[in-house]
Design a protein around this ligand. Structure first.
Ligand SMILES: Cc1cc2nc3c(=O)[nH]c(=O)nc-3n(C[C@H](O)[C@H](O)[C@H](O)COP(=O)(O)OP(=O)(O)OC[C@H]3O[C@@H](n4cnc5c(N)ncnc54)[C@H](O)[C@@H]3O)c2cc1C
Length: 410
């Protein structure tokens, strides 16, 4: 064997698994077509991630939060409100607002907002210091050939690597998933998420705002300073037109939706756009192969949960692998992998379906549905145990948590 574990994809999820497993003493190779310096350039990925409490605890257990802390914005409150179009613009949030406060849910913030670039910088620094991990980039995994002892992974460079197990963390168009003939259920939403950073006059006090507009959700995610990141969802044709607007016209459109709660607002820096789609792999495992993160599932960003799910995959798989290794078992054996697939399938499937339904329920302006969702939100807002259940889901604190998500080392 060249290494114990090969991970295709050095994205946020693949590198998290690599850190966890390498820190426990296994030899890991990570392959990615994008060199680490390019992946941390400001233009590479303008997104932020809303990391639930459990995900942030995992980064803490992996020793990554020291490098992120000064740029991680604690989420103190979440405001969810329905917005309906008025002639010529958007009226403000409905008075039937759903409010989640951090004091409702025990100690500490509900989570943290961190720029993806900042997470990558922290991960790359840790890669450089981790002797058990090799990052091979740029290169690309083509396919993986399993046999009784291990798996041979073929790279685009012509190199071959051998390990006990190969993990596909190579994103939504996973080459390894295709090569293993794992089918997916998938559909496109016909919506595109516009992402940009805005500056505003008044402090946001750590409040994240999800504003449901008929065209799709408009999420305002507080960043450090008087800044916020937007995930502004529109039907794709309209999103493409908005992307072409000059700064003044773009800011006028955005101010209409943003409201005036944080004073004057203006966009800053580049804009990104992400066509939104759903996919779920029918199987998470194949002989000597396990799928994690977006290679296994891609969900609507309406609840900011895609990365959180991927980190839960990484934490569960890391625990299963490390426990098997310590017992002297084969980390790529079918029984080891079955434990991982069983652990993760229900959580991933239920959140994928929930986010899909939420998007269908909220991305329209049908009066009966508007009434039903407003009443639903008002009801949840008034019933503390229901509010707390939603909060625990958002924080990633339901179900059997892997040790890393409890903040423990492996
Ligand atoms: C607009 C938007 C906002 C979002 N906001 C949030 C949020 O607030 N919170 C949250 O939890 N989630 C959020 N998400 C979801 C989240 O961004 C993704 O779920 C997450 O980034 C997936 O990470 P990943 O590492 O699994 O996949 P990716 O980030 O896609 O990484 C895959 C990696 O594999 C590499 N690769 C590709 N092909 C190969 C190959 N053949 N061989 C080797 N490597 C390969 C790629 O270069 C890449 O580095 C959002 C998504 C969108 C679109």
């Amino acid at each position: 064997m060249d290494v114990d574990l090969i991970i295709a994809g050095g994205g946020l999820v693949g590198l998290s698994l690599a850190h966890a497993v390498a820190a426990a003493g296994l030899q890991v190779a990570v392959i990615d077509p994008v060199p680490p310096e390019a992946a941390t350039e400001a233009v590479f990925d303008g997104r932020v991630s809303a990391l639930g409490r459990a995900s942030y605890r995992m980064f803490d257990a992996l020793g990554l939060t020291g490098d992120m802390a000064s740029e991680a914005q604690p989420i103190l409150d979440i405001l969810v409100s329905d917005g309906a179009p008025a002639s010529g613009g958007y009226r403000g949030p409905s008075p039937l607002t759903l409010h989640f406060g951090h004091t409702d849910a025990g100690a500490g913030p509900l989570g943290h907002i961190v720029e993806n670039r900042v997470i990558r910088v922290a991960q790359n620094r840790a890669v450089a210091q981790q002797g058990n991990m090799t990052l091979i980039a740029p290169d690309r995994v083509l396919d993986a050939e399993p046999d009784s002892d291990g798996v041979t992974v073929r790279l685009a460079s012509g190199d071959k690597l051998r390990a006990r197990l190969c993990v596909a963390a190579d994103g939504r168009d996973s080459a390894l998933r295709t090569a293993a003939k794992i089918k997916t259920v998938r559909w496109a939403y016909g919506q595109t998420g516009i992402v940009t950073t805005v500056h505003h006059d008044r402090p946001h006090a750590g409040v994240a705002h999800e504003y449901f507009l008929p065209a799709g959700p408009f999420a305002i995610l507080p960043m450090t300073g008087n800044r916020a990141s937007l995930v502004w969802t529109e039907p794709t044709a309209r999103a493409n037109a908005i992307m072409q607007l000059d700064q003044n016209a773009f800011d006028a459109e955005l101010s209409q939706r943003f409201g005036s709660h944080w004073g004057a607002v203006c966009s800053h820096g580049p804009r990104w756009s992400y066509p939104l789609a759903f996919h779920l792999a029918r199987d998470y495992i194949a002989p000597r192969l396990a799928l994690i993160g977006d290679a296994a599932h891609g969900i609507h960003p309406i609840a900011g949960q895609g990365l959180n799910l991927g980190l839960r995959d990484a934490a569960a798989l890391a625990e299963v692998i490390v426990d098997a290794h310590r017992l002297g078992l084969d980390i790529g054996a079918p029984t080891t992998l079955a434990g991982y697939a069983q652990w993760r399938r229900f959580d991933n499937m239920s959140l994928a379906v929930t986010t899909d339904l939420l998007n269908r329920l909220f991305s329209n302006d049908l009066p009966p549905l508007r009434l039903a969702r407003n009443l639903g939100m008002a009801l949840v807002d008034r019933i503390a145990p229901m509010r707390n259940l939603f909060l625990r889901h958002a924080a990633g604190e339901v179900g059997t948590l892997p040790r890393l998500l409890k903040g423990q080392s492996l």
